[in-house]
Structure formats: structure tokens, C-alpha cells
Design a protein around this ligand. Structure first.
Ligand code: NCD
Length: 319
């Protein structure tokens, strides 16, 4: 169980972004609206705004990442912040220094904001609580913690859905695959239900679906064709082999047969359904190349929107 830590301060401002769970609808909408305003900046010849000039953003990725780390770096630079990427594998963490000692040292370098990815669920909460207890004015953004949450991914997914579908209130959305190990799925379920999506579905084999989905307002399907019927949005998830203990699956081929998104299975969704994937994508395991590269895929738009959404979060927190 992750201990909750307040994300919003006494003035109603976003102080940290640790989870979508507990974030009010109005705050989510404010991120999406702010991101819209920032989207244009990326199309200009001069792609910079002075909002975070002089501020120091530290990227602390204790776990690998390509898209998330790079787009946070781009977002912070477009707001004129100074960005420091810590090479964790070569840092003192590998020499046995505790997480909070590393944080104390970086805070002593006058960091203003930490973007944290960690394999341990709850690590960003622990860091935020520690900094607040010390009375430090340092903000924490969760960039993915274990199987728990990945709030900026859910916000950029919500942004992408709103961009293509205009509003949330009439939508059917299916999350397909390894929901059990997916922080993206957990954050998305909280975001989509909070934004008023009336039909959120989880599709996958029983071994990869966590208990308690129904109590989160989600409909569960084991048959993919049934689960995809008439949906407006399909969110495919990667098989998180690195988080699986023991054999939860027969084989990648068998998985693809039942849960791989092929043009034939996608035909069960609404004709104008969009296909999303947070990446990294495993072609031939959860998604067929014909779909990944097809006209309904908006997977690369998600990446582009991710920069504007991360600019919005950084700006709202630290400006
Ligand atoms: C996801 C993650 O790391 O949680 N990827 C991402 O941030 N773009 C999903 C995954 O690893 O499958």
C-alpha cells in the first residue's frame, strides 16, 4: 500500500505530481488546457518560453526510459530551465548510498524540481514527504514508480484522446494486455473515470488482470473481440516481462493469437477508433505492424503531445 502524500498546497496549487489517484477533475482539465496553449511553442522557429528561467530540474531515472526522460528534458528546456540528467548507474546509488541521502545531496545543490522514475512503487512519495518534512521548497514529479502510477503518461493519453475525440463523456475505451504490471493502466483508469468516460474496459488473460478492477469502475473482458466491440479508443500495453515472476503466459506466439491487435480484431472496434500505445511497443507480441503503422494509430502523436503535457505540468508546479 502506497502512503498518500498531499500533492496540492493550501492555495490549491499543484505542489507535486505523484499520482492521478486523488487528483481532482478540474486539475486534470487545467493540465490539458495548459498543454494546448504550449503545443504551438513546439512549432515555432524559436521553441522557448522563459517560464522556468534559472530553475534547476533534475532528471532522476533509477530505471530505464527513452521517451519519458527525453520528453521531460525537452519540456524543461523549452521552458528555459537548466536540466541535469543524473547517470544513476554511475552514481553513488550504485555505491550503496541510500535514496534519501542521494536526494539530500542533490537538494543541497539547490535543485528546484526532481523528476523521478524508480522501480519501487511509492519511491516518489517517499522523496516528496522527506523534502516537505525538511521544509525544502523542492517539487517532485513521478515519472513512473514500479507498478503503481505513471501520471504524466495518463495525462498525455487523456490529451491525445481529447484531441482526436473532442470530449470524454460518450466514449468507450479499452485497455488491453498486461494490466497487472502496468502503472500506465492504473493511472489511465483513474484519469479516464475521473474525466467522466462512461465505459472503461480492461481486456486480457485472467493472469494479467489485477483484482478489484470492477470496484475502480472498469468492465473486465477475457475475449478480445468482445472487449473491443464498438470501442472508440484502444490502448495497447506492453507485456512487462521484467516485472513478471514465474510463468504467467504460455508463449509470445500464443499471446499474440489471443491478445495481439491485428486488423481483424481491430475491425470489432468503431470504424473511426484510434489505437494508442505508451511504448516501447513489441511488434508481433501485443500489436501487429499493420496496425502499429496503420491509419488508426496515433502512437507518435502521443509522443509529440507528451512534450506539451510535460511542459504544462512543469509550468504549473514550478513557475
Ligand atoms: C511505460 C512505462 O515505462 O511505464 N512506458 C513509457 O513510459 N512510455 C510503459 C512500458 O514500459 O511498457
Amino acid at each position: 500500500m502506497i502512503r498518500r502524500h498531499p500533492q496540492i498546497d493550501g492555495q490549491g496549487r499543484l505542489r507535486h505530481l505523484l499520482s492521478i489517484d486523488g487528483l481532482p477533475k478540474a486539475m486534470i482539465e487545467r493540465v490539458l488546457d495548459t498543454a494546448s496553449a504550449f503545443l504551438d511553442v513546439s512549432d515555432r522557429t524559436v521553441k522557448k518560453l522563459p517560464l522556468l528561467r534559472g530553475r534547476s530540474v533534475f532528471n532522476l531515472f533509477f530505471e530505464n526510459s527513452t521517451r519519458t526522460r527525453t520528453t521531460f528534458e525537452i519540456a524543461a528546456q523549452r521552458l528555459s530551465a537548466d536540466v541535469f540528467n543524473l547517470n544513476i548507474s554511475a552514481s553513488s546509488a550504485s555505491k550503496g548510498e541510500s535514496l534519501l541521502d542521494t536526494i539530500d545531496n542533490l537538494a543541497a545543490m539547490n535543485a528546484d524540481l526532481f523528476v523521478v522514475r524508480h522501480a519501487q512503487s511509492g519511491a516518489p512519495f517517499l522523496i516528496a514527504q522527506h523534502l516537505d518534512q525538511l521544509g525544502k521548497d523542492v517539487h517532485v514529479i513521478n515519472a513512473g514508480d514500479g507498478r503503481h502510477e505513471h501520471p504524466t503518461q495518463a495525462l498525455l493519453d487523456a490529451y491525445t484522446i481529447r484531441h482526436f475525440k473532442k470530449n470524454f463523456t460518450g466514449l468507450r475505451i479499452a485497455l488491453v494486455g498486461d494490466i497487472l504490471h502496468s502503472r500506465v493502466a492504473r493511472s489511465n483508469i483513474h484519469a479516464l473515470t475521473t474525466l467522466g468516460v462512461p465505459d472503461v474496459r480492461a481486456v486480457g488473460p485472467a493472469t494479467l488482470l489485477p483484482g478489484g478492477l470492477e470496484s475502480m469502475g472498469v468492465r473486465v473482458f477475457h475475449d478480445m473481440r468482445e472487449g473491443l466491440r464498438d470501442v472508440d479508443v484502444v490502448i495497447m500495453l506492453r507485456l512487462q516481462n521484467e516485472r513478471m515472476r514465474g510463468a504467467l503466459l504460455p508463449s509470445a506466439q500464443e499471446y499474440f493469437k489471443h491478445y495481439g491487435l491485428t486488423p481483424e480484431k481491430l475491425a470489432y472496434a468503431a470504424p473511426d477508433a484510434i489505437v494508442m500505445h505508451p511504448g516501447p511497443m513489441n511488434r508481433g507480441v501485443e500489436i501487429d505492424s499493420a496496425v502499429a503503422d496503420g491509419p488508426q494509430a496515433v502512437i507518435l502523436s502521443q509522443v509529440t503531445f507528451g512534450i506539451a503535457v510535460r511542459m504544462a505540468v512543469l509550468g504549473m508546479i514550478a513557475a
